[in-house]
Design a protein around this ligand. Structure first.
Ligand SMILES: Nc1nc2c(ncn2[C@@H]2O[C@H](COP(=O)(O)OP(=O)(O)O)[C@@H](O)[C@H]2O)c(=O)[nH]1
Ligand SMILES: [Mg+2]
Length: 460
């Protein structure tokens, strides 16, 4: 009866801080916490969602453990939908652990990772797509990532999925009707028109959601953009202008940057880590050679590689070698020093890079940098702007479910079109329905649930 257990965990991050919070959830939450807490003003009944000041003490030793704020949140108006007590202690790991120990004495079990959110899901406080959004909210690295996660948490994906589900249930009802009274030709014809129209609507709706898929990992984990090129082409200047700060030393002496410099910034809400590296050239200098070795290691790991070419000079063998060696990566080449007379052979650069239009910039004066940002964004997301008023799918699991549903609705439509027995289309629609329901967690298998909730941390 593990789901009936009353569970507890420290819900604030590990370490020391001003406040540390313990959450207790389950039918015995109040019964277990009550003996530990002595309110500063006598009180027999705790009003739900009210804060009480007082002391936690050990039931075993009678010793005071901490001065706290104590809240009871009675079901169903709590995060988990169960009776919940939250104790705001001081943020000391010793205090928090001692209080947890006391609770365990009172037959409270330590919560597993994600167990509070799992209970919120099981108790219908959140559907599965909303529960998944909780992790995205916690891990969001930029305001854009956060805003996408909050949309999902507020039910943007849920409501679109439910609309689709209604369409599909409607189709299934029509198909059932056709199966039962299949011998009446006129009924079948009427149904067929309506079925085809509904299928088209569903296909359009799913297609629209899929068109707005954005790889959520980009927003939560971010990506790396490595800047490379031969010495003195302006790599460090480019890093500085991209991050808006003098992070990297700019110098007319080639070979100045020897270490790898990494700087996280946001491009239109996408978390990007720009990496400035040593210029690549053959060198006798051991330290510089070590630097160049590191660059190649980093190039292999980077999500995109920005190759900087000095546009005020002709292409050199070194430039060609670098472009060649970066082949196969997501490359974006820029012709720098566009403020100086342009000497580079643009035609050759275009051919070498297989890039329709190499981008001219001036890292020194900031020209072309906005354009470069847009191109970076386009390379990683496939789109330049965020479209308004459309639920944006960022979760791979949701995307795959939608793809499966789309495929099954298309197949149903073909079967109806071809005048096949309605049973075929009904089977397709059943599968489409199952895929959609998996998104919001209706009849989702235990394996999938465990996989999802195992990604949470303890206390969430
Ligand atoms: N005129 C001009 N000079 C630049 C530009 N970008 C960089 N430089 C100069 O080129 C030299 C080398 O720049 P740096 O960023 O250190 O190049 P790195 O070796 O590739 O990192 C410095 O003297 C910079 O001021 C540019 O866009 N225009
Ligand atoms: Mg440099």
């Amino acid at each position: 009866m593990r789901e009936d257990d009353t569970i507890a965990a420290i819900v604030t991050p590990p370490g020391r801080g001003g406040v540390g919070i313990i959450r207790v959830s389950g039918s015995r939450a109040e019964e277990a916490c009550r003996p530990l807490f002595i309110p500063s003003r006598p009180c027999r009944f705790f009003r739900s969602h009210h804060l009480y000041h007082g002391w936690i003490h050990s039931v075993r030793t009678g010793k005071r453990l901490d001065e706290v704020l104590f809240t009871v949140m009675r079901m169903p108006r709590s995060y988990t939908g169960e009776d919940t007590v939250e104790i705001n202690c001081h943020g000391s790991p010793v205090i928090l652990q001692t209080v947890l120990d006391e609770l365990c004495e009172a037959r409270v079990r330590l919560a597993e990772p994600g167990e509070f959110t799992r209970r919120a899901f099981l108790n219908g406080r959140l559907d599965l797509s909303q529960a998944e959004a909780v992790i995205d909210i916690i891990t969001a690295k930029t305001t854009e990532g956060l805003s996408l996660a909050l949309d999902q948490f507020s039910g943007s994906i849920s409501s679109q999925t439910k609309d689709l589900r209604t369409l599909i249930l409607g189709m299934m009802a029509l198909l059932d009707g056709s199966i039962d009274f299949g011998d009446d030709e006129s009924d079948l014809t009427i149904n067929r028109c309506e079925l085809l129209a509904t299928a088209d609507k569903a296909i359009e709706k799913i297609g629209c959601l899929l068109a707005h898929y954005r790889d959520g990992r980009l927003y939560h984990e971010g990506f790396s953009a490595l800047i490379t090129g031969r010495p003195n082409v302006g790599k460090s200047s480019l890093l500085n202008v991209l991050v808006g700060d003098d992070r990297s030393i700019v110098s007319p002496t080639p070979g100045t940057t020897r270490d790898v410099i990494e700087q996280p910034v946001a491009i239109d809400g996408l978390p990007v880590t720009f990496i400035d590296t040593a210029g690549i050239r053959e060198s006798e200098d051991l330290v510089e050679r070590e630097g160049v070795d590191r660059v190649w290691k980093k190039v292999r790991q980077a999500d995109i590689v920005i190759i900087v070419i000095d546009g005020s000079q002709s292409l050199t063998e070194e430039d060609r070698r670098i472009i060649d060696r970066c082949g196969g990566k997501n490359i974006l080449a820029v012709l720098n020093k566009g403020d100086l007379p342009r000497k580079v052979d643009e035609e050759e650069a275009r051919k070498l890079l297989r890039q329709s239009d190499p981008l001219w910039i001036s890292a020194k004066y900031g020209d072309g940098i906005d354009n470069l940002r847009k191109m970076i964004r386009r390379i990683v997301t496939g789109s330049t702007e965020r479209e308004a008023d459309c639920a944006i799918v960022t979760n791979l699991r949701h995307k795959q479910s939608l793809e499966k549903a789309l495929c099954m609705v298309r197949s149903a439509k073909e079967n109806i079109d071809a005048g096949k027995s309605p049973e075929f289309a009904a089977l397709d629609m059943r599968e489409a329905l199952d895929s959609l329901e998996a998104i919001i967690g209706i009849a989702t298998s235990e394996d999938v649930l465990s996989e999802i909730f195992s990604r949470f941390c303890i206390g969430k």
